[in-house]
Design a protein around this ligand. Structure first.
Ligand code: NAD
Length: 436
């Protein structure tokens, strides 16, 4: 019989391929550090942990479109399926000029963790195009979306991988994706994407779901901290779908939104801005800058604003070792994905700031996406009250379970969420076994 010498078996400890190696400053490096922190708590499942460090599939596509002036432009697009052990891939599509493969890999991995944390039956995936969509006409944006959808058509499908909106994508883009996929397969397939308009099999409550989830777990965490929302000072970075909805709900609960930052600038008002009027201003002028009922603030000073609750709801790597020490909030609720670097996380922990991590805090969006997908399959639609009450229950239950784990193991809420989620993913991985 052929025997293999131990010296020949170095592949058991193979280094990660270069494109998977941690770039310590990037989101993927941040994610790998988060996984490393959870290994001591995984018990016998730790032997499967490399599964979490390697996306299952990566698709990089060229997306050529004809511009309105007749020239041809090429954009780089991605769809990454990080892990499919617990179900089909699920995760948003981002259109942004800074999108990179490493960023999409990290976002797909956080989707695996998030979906497992709230126990919806999905794996993790994410996609994106490296483009500034604000520079495209509506026609160009539609052509870009449709070509990209065709290019990633190999991977997506209602039981394979289901995209949703993310930064700079919305219900209209989901409608174009759904239509393109449906034309390609020859059958209207509403369940291929979520976050669709209501007239196309979308779900009530989906647009506000992520912000509502941020608010729901924020209320639970504030309660555990003994922090009253009435009069609480809240600062929000990012005033798009997630940030503005969360701000509105905190305002309705009696909190004051004392500072808001977006890509156009930073504003503050010690008495609290009126969220509806700020929304109207953003709708009209494209950003929060020059909102009349506020003062302008230097962007860097946003992080030192006197507040009780800070909600990063824009992009990754915003809270870093350079600004974490300035944060005065008692509670940080991560509406954005990956807003805090690992070094900054440690600074916040040492300063007694409670961080509600992205992988639980912003899981409301995918939870209602799950409801949308279920409704599409059954062609039976629920009331908004039913959706919101189911969402709140899932978020509260997930938060309580994670809080208990954090107390039991004396770890941060981020590590606690990773413990719960990674165990679920790796347990599924182990039970399925390796095939062939
Ligand atoms: P959006 O496009 O609606 O809004 C993004 C906001 O971020 C805008 O206000 C924009 O001005 C601001 N922004 C962009 N660059 C900025 C910068 N450099 N500095 C300050 N602000 C900046 O996007 P969204 O859907 O609200 O997503 C925001 C975050 O929430 C992202 O990290 C996204 O991955 C995450 N998220 C979104 C959902 C969802 O359902 N939409 C779900 C989970 C997580």
């Amino acid at each position: 019989m052929h025997t293999v010498q131990n010296s020949q078996r170095a592949f058991e400890h193979q280094a990660l391929p270069s494109y998977l190696q941690a770039d310590s400053l990037g989101p993927w490096g941040n994610y790998l550090q988060q996984v490393d922190r959870v290994i001591p708590y995984l018990g016998s499942l730790a032997r499967w942990v490399d599964t979490l460090k390697r996306p299952k599939r990566i698709l990089v596509v060229d997306v050529p479109i004809e511009l309105d002036n007749g020239s041809i432009a090429h954009f780089e697009g991605y769809r990454v399926q990080h892990n499919l052990s617990r179900g089909p891939g699920k995760g948003g599509i981002r259109f942004h000029q800074d999108v990179t493969l490493s960023e999409v890999m990290a976002l797909s991995a956080w989707m695996s963790v998030k979906n497992a944390a709230v126990n919806v039956p999905y794996g993790g995936a994410k996609g994106g195009i490296r483009v500034d969509p604000k520079k495209l006409s509506r026609g160009e944006l539609e052509r870009l979306t449709r070509r990209y959808t065709s290019e990633i058509g190999l991977l997506i499908g209602p039981s394979k991988d289901i995209p949703a909106p993310d930064v700079n994508t919305n219900g209209q883009i989901m409608a174009w994706m759904m239509d393109t996929y449906s034309m390609n397969v020859g059958a209207t397939t509403t369940g291929v994407v979520t976050g669709k308009p209501l007239d196309l099999g979308g779900s009530l409550g989906r647009v506000e779901a992520t912000g509502r989830g941020v608010y729901t777990v924020g209320v639970a965490a504030a309660h555990n901290l003994g922090l009253s929302l009435n009069g609480a000072r809240v600062a929000v970075q990012g005033f798009g779908n997630v940030g503005s909805t969360a701000a509105k709900l905190f305002e309705q609960a009696g909190a004051k939104i004392v500072s808001v930052q977006d890509h156009t600038g930073t504003i503050c008002n010690d008495l609290g801005v009126d969220v509806d009027r700020l929304l109207q201003h953003v709708e009209r002028y494209g950003g929060v800058r020059n909102f009349s009922e506020s003062e302008a603030l230097n962007d860097a000073d946003f992080w030192g604003v006197s507040c009780d609750i800070l909600i990063p709801a824009a992009l990754e790597n915003q809270i870093t070792k350079d600004n974490a020490g300035r944060i005065k909030a008692k509670l940080v609720i991560e509406g954005a994905n990956g807003p805090t670097t690992t070094e900054a996380d440690d600074i916040l922990r040492d300063n007694g700031v409670l961080v509600l991590p992205d992988v639980i805090a912003n899981a409301g969006g995918v939870t209602v996406s799950y409801f949308e997908w279920v409704q599409d399959f059954s062609s039976f639609f629920w009331s908004e009250d039913e959706i919101n009450s189911r969402l709140v229950k899932i978020m509260q239950d997930a938060f309580e379970a994670i809080w208990q784990v954090a107390v039991e193991y004396k770890v941060t809420l981020r590590t606690a969420t990773f413990i719960v989620a990674c165990k679920r993913i790796l347990k599924a991985r182990e039970m399925r076994g390796l095939y062939p």
